[in-house]
Design a protein around this ligand. Structure first.
Ligand code: SF4
Ligand code: SF4
Length: 87
């Protein structure tokens, strides 16, 4: 059994994963907690963040990242994403 949930995104980010040093500062800085570290590693051999639905475009990740890995975009209209979750 699974349930569906609709998540609203007001923004999105691009992440320069090859520049990321894997410090994880962005993970804890993101208010809605929509960033998580990858299981894969980049060319530096470190894990890097991935974006999940629910970004608000707040730019906290951009401001905290010491390596300037983020670009932040805000949508004019929220984008809805439907995900399936185990019940
Ligand atoms: S812009 Fe804000 S909500 Fe979106 S990933 Fe960055 S910190 Fe999280
Ligand atoms: S704050 Fe920047 S360098 Fe640190 S894990 Fe996030 S993207 Fe990588």
């Amino acid at each position: 059994m699974s349930e569906t949930r609709t998540i609203k995104s007001r923004g999105a980010v691009t992440i320069d994963v090859e520049t990321c040093k894997g410090c994880e500062l962005c993970i804890v800085a993101c208010p809605p907690r929509v960033l998580s570290m990858s299981t894969e590693v980049n060319q530096l051999g470190v894990h890097y963040p991935r974006l999940h639905p629910g970004c608000t475009g707040c730019a906290a990740c951009l401001m905290v990242c010491p390596d300037f890995c983020f670009e932040v975009f805000r949508f004019e209209e929220p984008v809805l994403t439907t995900i399936e979750e185990p019940a």
